[in-house]
Write a protein that binds this ligand. Structure first.
Ligand code: IDP
Length: 160
């Protein structure tokens, strides 16, 4: 196995993350991106946008019947959001661990929500929870041509 080659299939998993309006307002964009870079995941998509109601409602469609749905859509459309796609082996589950439990008061210290949040309605960041939702969310938020396939030169130092 050549040193400059890597297992493309294992590394190709992608997840969708969004730094919510509270994360942006609190100046945590750099801190949050840092954590995923430090871990060794590869950034393949990034945009800064005000989310439309249509996009917010589609993104949170599974929660449409929940009592918090209207407030959640109001919140996610209330200010700019950073949308991100990260790639790497096991990135979906690993990102969920880095993010922490949905309620920041239950989230472990060391996680993003555990370190920076106190309220379930202000939990700073979204991360896809499974392969299917990751694929749906990446394609809902990004066009194919907005995603950049590249191989960091550090790859052989992160993967055997
Ligand atoms: P997750 O973001 O950790 O995957 P989900 O249960 O999928 O959590 O909920 C999606 C989002 O809906 C949460 O991140 C949070 O912003 C919001 N949410 C969930 N439960 C509540 C609640 O009880 N009150 C207010 N907002 C909630």
């Amino acid at each position: 196995h050549e040193f400059n080659k890597f297992e493309e299939i294992a590394l190709a998993e992608r997840t969708f993350l969004a730094i919510k309006p509270d994360g942006v307002q609190r100046g945590l964009v750099g801190e949050i991106i840092r954590r995923f870079e430090d871990k060794g995941f590869t950034l393949v998509g990034l945009k800064f946008l005000k989310v439309s109601r249509e996009l917010a409602e589609q993104h949170y469609d599974v929660h449409r019947e929940r009592p918090f749905f209207a407030g959640l859509v109001d919140f996610i459309t209330s200010g700019p959001v950073v949308a991100l796609v990260w790639e790497g082996e096991g990135v979906i589950a690993s990102a969920r661990k880095i993010i922490g439990a949905t309620n920041p008061l239950s989230a472990e210290p060391g996680t993003i929500r555990g370190d920076f949040g106190v309220n379930i309605g202000r939990n700073l960041i979204h991360g896809s929870d499974a392969i299917e939702t990751a694929q749906q969310e990446v394609s809902l938020w990004f066009k194919e041509e907005e995603l950049v396939s590249w191989q960091p030169t550090i790859t052989p130092w992160l993967h055997e």
